[in-house]
Design a binder for this molecule. Structure first.
Ligand code: F2R
Ligand code: MG
Ligand code: MG
Length: 349
């Protein structure tokens, strides 16, 4: 598809929802045999089974707030976005939110609150959250802003409403940048794609806050860059086991242990893989592979789904999967509206 085509927007938003809904089945599982993943996916393809709807979790609930806010305000408005997060949580608190972020969402609903970033700063004794909750909802920023500098700036601010630790909000920036590049067709040249991400993240992580957080958490000076170098090394290997992916990149709830992993899933599944059915296209491979890692499967599949969907486009997304997932059709309609907003904001648009 052509860069920033409607098909890519629809693919990104819809496949993100699918990753969340389909991945929810295995969230928190330590080991997920590929056989169980394929069984789960086959059951979606089997219309005769009359499957119920797979519900979305916090990943999609919050991404929907981001989308609605960006569309309604025609740009980033922190007050509006914060209000939407709080309202969504109080309407549907049972979507599997992280145990820490719940405190932020409750405080955000207070009419007395003057600084919407303060509740996030108070988390974890003032250190802020490094969870992947900012990253899991970051894709829409790439679909609203054509300029990379805006994607970086607003995905960071959007994440900081709940995640004030740099290892949380920089994960959101990385996820948004990966979707941004994928939307431009950058995954056609995977080596350049990963090099671009490393170059951008070198700049993003060049800050005192990052250095200080990394020191406290005993991570490399530029934690996401260091992980992206690992992704690049692993891309070059002819065979990589699931165990190696987990030990090198992680599959956990921290942004550092899940965003680079999601990017690896997309890159690894650009080609057919022995462990996956031949009939699968790249998008199906990406989602299946993300689930087989276990751990934070809904979130890793949601992030990988958004990046892969922006690459393959909506035509690659199985219709039967869309039908099974709550919120997928809404996402499809919203993608069209984001596509319009994006092109209105493009130079000459
Ligand atoms: N919460 C879950 N899954 C748990 C099981 C839910 C179950 N299905 C159910 O329904 O009950 N999934 C969702 O949470 C992840 C996103 O989390 P988020 O928004 O980042 O939350 P939080 O609370 O800010 O951070 C998550 C945990 O990370 C640890 N943590 C973060 N920062 C920390 C710090 N500075 N120091 C120490 N620990 C820190 C804490 O354990 C937090 O609770 C997604 O997977 C989403 O799907
Ligand atoms: Mg979730
Ligand atoms: Mg999760």
């Amino acid at each position: 598809g052509s860069p920033a085509s409607l098909s890519r927007f629809r693919g990104a938003l819809v496949a993100g929802v699918l990753g969340d809904c389909i991945g929810g089945e295995f969230e928190g599982a330590e080991e997920v045999p590929m056989e169980s993943v394929l069984q789960h996916l086959n059951s979606l393809d089997d219309e005769s089974k009359g499957n119920g709807i797979l519900e979305y979790s916090d990943d999609t609930a919050m991404a929907r707030c981001v989308v609605q806010s960006l569309l309604t305000r025609a740009g980033f408005d922190e007050q509006d976005m914060a209000r939407r997060f709080a309202k969504e949580y109080s309407a549907s608190p049972g979507r599997g939110y992280g145990s820490g972020v719940i405190q932020v969402l409750k405080k955000l609903s207070s009419p007395q609150l003057s600084d919407v970033y303060q509740p996030a700063r108070d988390q974890f004794n003032g250190r802020g959250s490094f969870g992947n909750g900012g990253a899991m909802r970051a894709a829409p920023f790439a679909l609203a802003f054509p300029e990379m500098a805006d994607v970086t700036r607003f995905s960071r601010l959007g994440a900081m409403l709940t995640h004030s630790c740099s290892l949380g909000y920089n994960g959101a920036v990385l996820q948004a940048l990966a979707v941004h590049l994928s939307l431009q067709g950058a995954l056609n040249l995977p080596q350049q794609f990963i090099s671009r991400l490393i170059t951008e993240m070198e700049e993003v992580e060049d800050s005192e806050a990052t250095r200080s957080d990394a020191r406290i958490l005993k991570e490399a000076e530029k934690p996401f860059c260091e992980r992206l170098h690992r992704v690049r090394d692993m891309m070059d290997r002819s065979k990589v086991s699931i165990e190696e992916v987990i030990s090198e990149l992680g599959n956990g709830i921290a942004a550092l242990h899940s965003v680079p992993t999601a990017i690896f899933c997309v890159l690894h599944c650009l080609q057919p893989r022995e462990c996956l059915p031949e009939k699968y296209g790249g998008l199906e491979r990406t989602i299946a592979y993300s689930l087989a890692l276990g751990g934070d499967t809904d979130t890793i599949a949601c992030m990988a789904g958004a990046i892969a969907g922006a690459h393959y486009g909506i035509e690659a997304v199985p219709q039967l999967w869309i039908k099974c997932c709550e919120g997928a059709e809404d996402a499809d309609m919203n993608a069209e509206r984001l596509h319009m907003l994006y092109h209105q904001s493009s130079p000459g648009g």
